[in-house]
Ligand binder design. Sequence first.
Ligand SMILES: NC(=O)c1ccc[n+]([C@@H]2O[C@H](COP(=O)([O-])OP(=O)(O)OC[C@H]3O[C@@H](n4cnc5c(N)ncnc54)[C@H](O)[C@@H]3O)[C@@H](O)[C@H]2O)c1
Length: 548
Amino acid sequence: MATINVQSPNIRYTEESIEADYEYENARCVKDDKTNNIKVYPMKSVITFRTMRKVPRTGLMLVGWGGNNGTTVTGAIIANRHQMQFRNKEGTVKANYFGSITQSSTVMLGNDPNGKEVYVPMKDVVPMVNPNDFVLDGWDISGLNLADAMERAKVFDINLQEQLRPHMESLKPRKAVYNPDFIAANQSERADNVVSIQDKWAQVEQIRADIRDFKKKNQLDTIIVLWTANTERFSEVIPGIHDTADNLIAAIKRNESELAPSALYAVASILEKSTYINGSPQNTFVPGLIELAERNQVFISGDDFKSGQTKFKSVLVDFLVSAGIKPCSIVSYNHLGNNDGYNLMAPKQFRSKEISKSNVVDDMVNSNQILYGQGKSHPDHTVVIKYVPYVGDSKRAMDEYISELMMGGRNTIVVHNTCEDSLLASPIILDLAILAELCQRVTFRVHNSNVETNFQPFNTILSLLAYLCKAPLVERGANVVNALFKQRSCIENILRAFIALPPNNNLDLYFKCSDRNEWYEELKQPILKSKNLEQSIAPPFNGVMSGH
Ligand SMILES: NC(=O)c1ccc[n+]([C@@H]2O[C@H](COP(=O)([O-])OP(=O)(O)OC[C@H]3O[C@@H](n4cnc5c(N)ncnc54)[C@H](O)[C@@H]3O)[C@@H](O)[C@H]2O)c1
């Protein structure tokens, strides 16, 4: 573990917190559509971030705990906690968290005196929960204990399963709220562990009681609830039911039929002040639910883990469009043979997935009007998913990208990806919970000489987690960003902001100087000038947007 100590008057370390004064710079543009003249105003805000240092004892409750992701994430935590090693045909494998951005990726902190880059694990930038310390619990409509459910999932090598079995046999999912109308009919085969209560508000009360019971028994400081259960069909959004928080609660109490189990879990979590994360594509976050989360100041985040094909797409299309090459046809086939694929055979559940996968290139396409005009054209984009039981969790994704090159040229890229789906999704589950917990400990104050400001938490909708989501939910009015490296740099740079470091700009100007000697002198004497916070705010902007 790296220990980082930022030497600056703009950071204050106390036993309780890290307080960092940060200059946030961007630019506002005002475009005259008639003349195509764009006036650009560089803007600056000063913000103090406060990160509480004590990492709480954190519980993670999974809806769908007995599924492939639920058992895989549980097994991975236990294997890492006990530093297990196991043999497969390649040799010995040590437990690790590959695929987790917080645990297995690094952040560039700065340059050493010779100008070389210094990297640290992302998890060391500010205090974060160690995934080994998560206390786990959850619900599943299938009552298999976690060891048997792990065997059913067929994800881990057998030698690892044998080591994990004694640790997982005693883990049993809580009885779940089940509504066969929302997931595929074929799932009823495994539904032997469901609450017998039919009244929907009583079901919410039962989930709330489960959360409280888990918290009390394990003396937890905080609990994060995450949906990794089957993909539900989209819920019809009905005025009077889903539109406001009050209507939603009243509709549950009236036992309205168009209320998905995921909505009931989310309402229960919010009322218990537990962050709720949606790892599947369905539209759990209807307007009434968002309002309820806002009212209770609870974080929500989603939708749908961005694990394989879509993650790759959000890199490749970004690369093509930003290179000035025009993707015109994107066709994505998948086949998989796990229970997720079995559920997605049903047209309504597949439709949820199709919607979630379909908008992923929009922000990249919209960023380049040279290629696509003013929103007039869009690449053809088709997604097909087939269930092939034999391949189990080892999902196949085949993609064809056809792009236009200069002078009518065609560029066809074909990608074939084979991998265990749940080994991609499980580290994402960990990152979602780790980063959400961190956000619960961060508040910030926007300095403004015109008004008194206080420390505030992040917006209820945690778009910071967009990197991990296929169809990111964003704050009202915010831009939806799918491009993967923009999403990643948002996480990296906000972590840097928490310790008063500027965003990574990748300019490396020192090396670009023809005379490095002068530059090097400056590096040796870092500027340690305290900022006068209130005075450094940008003046009101044109009467339209005042100093944001
Ligand atoms: N790479 C990935 O694995 C990946 C990527 C993106 C999204 N997802 C989504 O994550 C979810 C889980 O994937 P999985 O492979 O673990 O699927 P899975 O089918 O193996 O697991 C889902 C579990 O949810 C349980 N379940 C269903 N309804 C429930 C309810 N109302 N309450 C409690 N439990 C319930 C099922 O019994 C099952 O054990 C799916 O919706 C999938 O689309 C997975």
